[in-house]
Design a binder for this molecule. Structure first.
Ligand SMILES: [Zn+2]
Length: 408
């Protein structure tokens, strides 16, 4: 690994200041040159130069005037989300998605595939290459504006070698190098565990843009957390930090695939909720679930459970209330461990907010340490399942705004 540079050359300072201005306008929305000078401490002429350069590069746009002051009204600047594009790829346990996004990031075009890397690696890689090329063809007029490829994966990755180290249902895949599949047009590739990517997305597109200490508690089919400390993602020595889903909450509980016993994921995941729903359907406790089970040839999904709860099925609502308690327990553990400014509850579970929120809140009120003087704020992610895909796009956005891609 090359030694880290300590000094700053003049060109580095220039990039650093541009990066700072872009970051501020992207995160805070409309700002004037005067406000930028005040916030950054840079002189007015310096800010004017930077802003002019960034307008010329198409990265900032002037969007009218501020009406807060009398006299000459300052012109407001906005970040141009359409200046560049990103290819975002998100792997799930079953299937994957390849999408083209702008710098919002907003999904402009997507290709969803049911091929699972876990179940049929070779076919999934062939399909991945196909879908990737589809997306590039869609973007054919703007290929030179694609900044890079962001990939989010449910498990640890080695960002240096572009390798998926293992899949959470465990170790079936070791060291899967994605480069041969994604080498078309030689775009830079960035990879990250999906909970970390989701955490990053909350700081770019979500409600936690200003948070320096943030936990993204992702509850879906699997359970994990993205941890941001002092504005930096904490990934651990081997990109394995945040595996709260595999902390034991019942030492006498059933054995988990990871080898541990009574892991949180066994109680607090969409998978565990679906298992309960199946049981209720088989036992005839819920006529809604029983009917749905028949219609869908003995399967049920999280979506079915949501529909049941929305239609006031008491069993579906009960399953969510119980799931909410476990989400609350996970939240308490994370709040006690990290004392973040913001804890985001995300992943698929966030779609069920209205059915879990009161149980989550009750557990936090009853069990959190020092609960009378805790300032941590709890948000529910607004992105649903797509958060890991948007996270993959945000990963590229993050590198771009840091100046790593040499595009400004
Ligand atoms: Zn486990």
């Amino acid at each position: 690994m090359p030694e880290e540079k300590i000094g700053d050359n003049l060109s580095d300072v220039k990039t650093k200041n541009r990066s700072l201005v872009l970051r501020l306008v992207k995160k805070r929305g409309f700002l004037s040159r005067i406000e930028l000078a005040r916030i950054t401490g840079l002189t007015q002429p310096t800010i004017t130069n930077i802003v002019n350069d960034l307008i010329r590069a198409g990265l900032l746009i002037e969007v009218g005037t501020s009406d807060t002051r009398a006299g000459r009204k300052p012109i407001l600047l906005a970040f141009n989300d359409q200046a560049f594009y990103v290819v975002a790829i998100s792997f799930k346990k079953k299937g994957f998605t390849v999408a083209l996004t702008d710098l919002g990031p907003n999904i402009l075009y997507r290709r969803d595939s049911n091929y699972s890397l876990l179940e049929n690696t070779e076919m999934a890689l062939v399909e991945l290459q196909k879908e990737f090329i589809h997306v590039l063809e869609y973007a054919t007029q703007s290929l030179s504006l694609i900044l890079g490829i962001g990939v989010s994966v449910p498990g640890p990755v080695d960002p240096e070698s572009f390798t998926i180290l293992a899949h959470p249902v465990f170790l079936a895949h070791r060291n899967l190098d994605l480069r041969p599949v994604l080498r078309e047009y030689d775009l830079p590739i960035f990879m990250m565990n999906n909970a970390y990517a989701a955490c990053l997305h909350e700081t770019w597109g979500g409600k936690a843009k200003e948070a320096k200490n943030l936990i993204y508690f992702m509850v879906g089919e699997t359970v994990g957390a993205g941890i941001m400390v002092d504005g930096k993602l904490y990934q651990g020595a081997d990109q394995k930090a945040g595996e709260i889903g595999h902390t034991s909450i019942n030492v006498f509980g059933p054995r988990c695939v990871c080898g541990n016993y009574g892991c949180m994921e066994l109680y607090c995941s969409t998978k565990s909720a679906i298992e309960k729903a199946l049981e209720a359907a088989w036992l005839g406790k819920s006529s809604f679930l029983k009917k749905r089970l028949r219609e869908k040839e003995n399967t049920l999904s999280f979506q079915d459970l949501l529909e049941g709860a929305k239609g006031n099925d008491p069993i579906c609502k009960e399953i969510f209330a119980s799931l909410g308690q476990y989400v609350g327990i996970g939240a308490v553990n994370l709040l006690n461990l990290y004392n973040p400014e913001v804890l985001v509850i995300g992943g698929e579970i966030a779609l069920a907010r209205e059915f879990i929120e009161s149980s989550v809140q009750q557990v936090i009120e009853e069990r959190l340490l020092y609960r009378d003087y805790t300032s941590s704020v709890i948000y529910y992610s607004q992105w649903g399942e797509d958060v890991t895909l948007l996270g993959a796009a945000s990963l590229v956005l993050d590198h771009f705004i840091a100046g790593d891609l040499g595009r400004f």
